[in-house]
Design a protein around this ligand. Structure first.
Ligand code: SAH
Ligand code: SF4
Ligand code: F3S
Length: 439
C-alpha cells in the first residue's frame, strides 16, 4: 500500500487543495503517515506570498533531501503556488524534486500517482478517510480528529485583480466561479460528514459571478436554506467589490458567523492607488460604517502591508491612525516583500528593511491594544466554541473557536473532548484569546 506524507504551507486555499488531493489519493488506495521517513510519496503544498514563505519551503526541501537519499525509490512532489512560480528555478535549486504541479494542474494528479505505480482504484480496505494533518496551517491549526468539523468550500478559483504587490494572479490564474449546484452539493456532503462550520473560499469572494447572473449575495441567499450548517463564514472579501448588497444578504442569514475579513492594506490613498486596490480609504471606511450599522457585534479583521515601495512616514501614519482608532478587532500585518515579476518589485524607492520592521512593530502594538480590549469584553460572558482539539501547548486543556473566531482554552475532560460545541464561561483575556471553564 502506498503511504503518503503531506505538508501544507500557506493559506486556506492551499488547505482546501490539499484536502482535494488527499481525497484523490485515498480513493486510489493510499494511506497517510505523519513521518516523512515512512512515506513512499512526500507531497509539499507550497506558498509564495512572501519571501519568508518561500524560504521555509526551500528549508523543508533541504531536510527532505536526506529522506530521499535514504529511500531512493520514494517520490517527492511539490505542488501549490511556489511550484508554479519557481517551475524553472526549482529544477536547479532542488533537483531531487520528482514532480511539480501548480494550482491549476491538479487534474493531472491521479495520472501522476498512476505513473508512480499507485495501482489500485479503490479506498484502502476498512479505512475511514482522515485528512492528513496540515502541519503548517496558521489559520486552522486543527487536530486531525477534529478537522472534519470545519469544511472549506471553494466558490471561486484564481484572481485577476493584480494588486501590484501580489503573486497570486500569476500562480493561480484567472478568476473562475464554481457552479452553484457544485457548491451546494459539496456543502451537503461536508455536513453529512460532520461539518458544523462551512467556510466559503475565494481570493475575492465578492467577485463571484456565475453565468446565470448569480452574484455573491445571491449565492449566500441560495445556500442559506441548506440544513445542518451551524456556522457559515467566508474568506476573503475585496473592499472594491464588497458592497451593501452583501451586507444586507449577510444580515438575512440565520447562521452567519459574526465575523468578516476585509483587507485594508493601507490607510493612505497614495499607497492604495499604487497598490491598484481600486478604492480610497474614505470608501473603505464608509463600507465599514455600513457593515457596523447593519451587523452590530460582528468582528472585523483585516490585512495590512507596511513598507510598500514609496510609502512615506506620513502614509504610514495614516495606516497607524486607522488601526489606533480601534477599527479592527484583529489585523494581520505584513512587511512588504518584493515578488519578482510583480510591478511593485521594481518600484522606487523601496523602503529599507529596518524601517519596515519598525513600522510593522508600531502597527502591531496599536492593534494588540484593540485586540486585547476586544477580548476583555468577553470576561464574564459564556461563549459557545467549536472544538479544535487538545491544546498544542497543554494536552490537559482543549482549544476551540468562538463565532468571532477567537481562540478559547478550557479544561479537557470526557464531556469537552467529544462534543463539537462547548459553552465556556470566560474568566481571562489575553492578546491571543481567552480562557475559561466549562459552563
Ligand atoms: N485575496 C486576499 C489576500 C491574499 S494574500 C485579498 O485580496 O485580500 C493575503 C495577504 O497577504 C494580503 O491581504 C496582503 O496583505 C499580504 N500580501 C500579499 N502579497 C504580499 C507581499 N508581496 N508582501 C507582503 N504582504 C503581502
Ligand atoms: Fe492578491 Fe489582490 Fe488578488 Fe488578493 S485581490 S489575491 S491581494 S491580487
Ligand atoms: Fe500562498 Fe498561494 Fe495562498 S501564494 S497565500 S498559497 S494563494
Amino acid at each position: 500500500m502506498t503511504q503518503i506524507y503531506m505538508q501544507t504551507f500557506g493559506c486556506q486555499m492551499n488547505v482546501a487543495d490539499s484536502n482535494g488531493l488527499a481525497h484523490q489519493a485515498w480513493s486510489m488506495g493510499c494511506t497517510f503517515v505523519a513521518d516523512p521517513s515512512l512515506a513512499d510519496i512526500v507531497i509539499l503544498n507550497t506558498c509564495a506570498i512572501r519571501e519568508k514563505a518561500e524560504t521555509r519551503v526551500y528549508g523543508r526541501l533541504g531536510q527532505l533531501k536526506v529522506f530521499k537519499e535514504a529511500r531512493p525509490d520514494s517520490k517527492l512532489l511539490v505542488c501549490g503556488c511556489l511550484a508554479e512560480k519557481d517551475r524553472e528555478i526549482m529544477r536547479s535549486k532542488a533537483p531531487w524534486v520528482d514532480a511539480l504541479l501548480g494550482p491549476r494542474d491538479y487534474r493531472q494528479f491521479k495520472q501522476l500517482l498512476d505513473r508512480w505505480g499507485v495501482a489500485t482504484d479503490s479506498p484502502p480496505a476498512g479505512a475511514i478517510f482522515t485528512m492528513p494533518s496540515a502541519e503548517d496551517d496558521p489559520g486552522q491549526d486543527l487536530h486531525q480528529a477534529y478537522a472534519h468539523l470545519r469544511a472549506l468550500v471553494n466558490i471561486t478559483r484564481g484572481c485577476e485583480k493584480f494588486c501590484t504587490y501580489c503573486i497570486v494572479p500569476y500562480t493561480r490564474g484567472p478568476l473562475e466561479s464554481i457552479d452553484p449546484e457544485e457548491i451546494e452539493s459539496q456543502i451537503r456532503r461536508e455536513v453529512k460528514a460532520g461539518a458544523k462550520e462551512i467556510m466559503l473560499l475565494g481570493q475575492n469572494v465578492n467577485s463571484y459571478l456565475h453565468g446565470s447572473g448569480l452574484d455573491f449575495a445571491g449565492l449566500l441567499r441560495r445556500i442559506k436554506s441548506i440544513e445542518g450548517v451551524d456556522r457559515l463564514t467566508f474568506l476573503t472579501s475585496h473592499p472594491k467589490d464588497f458592497d451593501r448588497c452583501v451586507v444586507d444578504a449577510l444580515a438575512e442569514l440565520p447562521n452567519a458567523a459574526p465575523r468578516m475579513h476585509l483587507p485594508m492594506q493601507s490607510g493612505s490613498n497614495a499607497v492604495l492607488e499604487k497598490m491598484a486596490r481600486l478604492y480610497t480609504i474614505e470608501e473603505y471606511l464608509e463600507k465599514v460604517a455600513y457593515f457596523r450599522e447593519r451587523l452590530a457585534g460582528w468582528a472585523l479583521t483585516t490585512d495590512i502591508i507596511v513598507g510598500y515601495p514609496t510609502e512615506t512616514e506620513a502614509d504610514f501614519e495614516k495606516t497607524l491612525d486607522v488601526v489606533s482608532a480601534g477599527t479592527f478587532e484583529q489585523a494581520f500585518i505584513f512587511a512588504y516583500s518584493p515578488r519578482a515579476g510583480t510591478p511593485a518589485a521594481t518600484m522606487t524607492p523601496q523602503v529599507p528593511q529596518a524601517e519596515k520592521i519598525r513600522r510593522l512593530q508600531a502597527v502591531n502594538a496599536a492593534q494588540n491594544e484593540a485586540t486585547r480590549r476586544f477580548h476583555e469584553s468577553f470576561i464574564g460572558d459564556t461563549v459557545r466554541v467549536l472544538t479544535q482539539g487538545p491544546s498544542k501547548k497543554d494536552a490537559a486543556r482543549m482549544a476551540g473557536k468562538t463565532g468571532h473566531n477567537v481562540t478559547v482554552i478550557y479544561p479537557r475532560d470526557e464531556r469537552t473532548e467529544h462534543r463539537p460545541f462547548v459553552d465556556v464561561a470566560i474568566d481571562q483575556a489575553y492578546n491571543w484569546g481567552l480562557s475559561g471553564i466549562v459552563a
